[in-house]
Design a protein around this ligand. Structure first.
Ligand SMILES: Cc1cc2nc3c(=O)[nH]c(=O)nc-3n(C[C@H](O)[C@H](O)[C@H](O)COP(=O)(O)OP(=O)(O)OC[C@H]3O[C@@H](n4cnc5c(N)ncnc54)[C@H](O)[C@@H]3O)c2cc1C
Length: 370
């Protein structure tokens, strides 16, 4: 389809900054660019009708890492690096709250609990043993002791006697977050075109030509914020990782409140609108879930249902209302890739399972490379 003179002139000429991807990173990058360049023409291109990666699909945990995750990280990173990772998440969540306001993301701090399976006694004991050390290590981030033990007040089954709770952990409404980011983008005169897939680009030195599935145009700078899909446009080691989720119908008198990590973080659940949202199980089929295709599998969905029935809601009848998946971007390191790729191309990708926590900060850092 040829674009008309008007279409081209209004939407696609004299573009200063083009952002690819309208997830939490792309939207924050565009907003930070607007702050720094009040007169610039900024365009966001998004392949989905709605953002279509992880930012509208996730579980909405505003989390910093459960105790077993932090101990596992300490096996491969120095203490300083682990403190830095946790601090980034803390700072990122504070930035998200500052940018949008707690009401606009429905921020609720009920604490985050790690549950240990009965069969994981060794892990449980070592987390209990290291509790004091981890609290001491992370005191500069949280200001006080973050982790403590709590008894199993929600009566989950097949787990160890106590949870290990981070009382600073919180939850947000992911849909509200993205919808309010989109409103801010509109308010800040940033153009956004949906259902446009960027297929490639050529950096000509002082200008770039961007090829999409519908048209070509020129831009001065390009910011790639496509996370799990990054390897389609960049030569960076980002592997897609699909994550599957289900949600129950509303449950009368649901007493469970908070965010929960189970089986070393391979499963996670929370309350939302009197329902339980439950995700995970990638470890059942790592290879199969390393895909760019959205979709649900019986293997994982059946396991989610069976854990829900046997451990989380053992004496409460429930029905499943909806199932979905999202695509994350993973690598052999937990650090995101935020860097200049060529003269006029920059990227902020590979956010792993922590994009809610660090996405606002990564978007800002990406914009500051320009
Ligand atoms: C099921 C699930 C649960 C999760 N739970 C949590 C959680 O509780 N807490 C937490 O902190 N994190 C969680 N995450 C991770 C978090 O959602 C991600 O890290 C974060 O959303 C990544 O944001 P992003 O903007 O980098 O990427 P995305 O949100 O994936 O945005 C990238 C965008 O780029 C678009 N795009 C890709 N390629 C192109 C192209 N060629 N042209 C145009 N557009 C393109 C995509 O459609 C997409 O909208 C979860 C993820 C999933 C999937």
């Amino acid at each position: 389809m040829n674009l008309s003179y008007w279409e081209y002139k209004t939407w696609l000429s004299n573009i200063d900054f083009t952002v690819v991807g309208s997830g939490i990173v792309g939207l924050n990058c565009a907003l930070s660019l607007r702050e720094r360049f009040p007169k610039a023409k900024i365009l966001i291109l998004e392949k989905g009708t709605l953002p279509e990666g992880a930012s509208t699909k996730n579980a909405g945990f505003a989390c910093f890492g459960s105790i077993s995750e932090i101990l596992a990280d300490l096996e491969h990173h120095s203490e300083e690096e682990v403190v830095e990772l946790v601090k980034k998440r803390w700072d990122g969540i504070q930035l998200l709250r500052k940018n949008l306001g707690d009401t606009n993301i429905d921020f609720q701090q009920h604490g985050g609990h790690e549950l240990f399976l009965k069969s994981h006694d060794t892990l449980y004991q070592s987390c209990l043993k290291e509790l004091k050390k981890v609290n001491q290590l992370l005191k500069p981030v949280f200001g006080e002791k973050a982790f403590q033990t709590n008894e199993n007040s929600f009566n989950f089954k097949n787990i160890q006697e106590n949870y290990i709770t981070n009382r600073f952990e919180a939850q947000i409404d992911t849909g509200k977050m993205v919808s309010n980011l989109l409103k801010l983008v509109q308010k800040n005169r940033i153009g956004i075109l949906n259902s446009i897939k960027v297929e490639g680009f050529t950096d000509n030195g002082d200008m770039l030509t961007v090829k999409t599935d519908q048209f070509e145009f020129q831009t001065k700078k390009l910011c790639i914020a496509t996370n799990g899909f990054a390897s389609q446009l960049l030569e960076e080691t980002v592997k897609p990782a699909r994550a599957q989720v289900l949600i129950t119908k509303p449950i009368k008198n649901l007493h469970i409140k908070g965010t929960f990590h189970l089986d070393e973080g391979y499963y996670y659940f929370r309350n939302i609108d009197n329902r339980i949202l439950f995700g995970g199980g990638r470890n059942l089929d790592f290879q199969g879930e390393q895909t760019l295709k959205f979709g649900e599998t019986d293997l994982i969905q059946n396991q989610l249902e069976s854990i829900l029935k046997e451990s989380i809601l053992p004496s409460t009848p429930f029905e499943i209302e909806r199932r979905w998946s999202g695509i994350m971007g993973m690598g052999n390191q937990k650090k995101p890739i935020v860097k200049q790729v060529s003269n006029n191309v920059f990227c902020g990708v590979r956010l792993g399972g922590m994009g809610i926590a660090i996405g606002s900060l990564v978007g800002k850092e990406l914009s500051e490379l320009l």
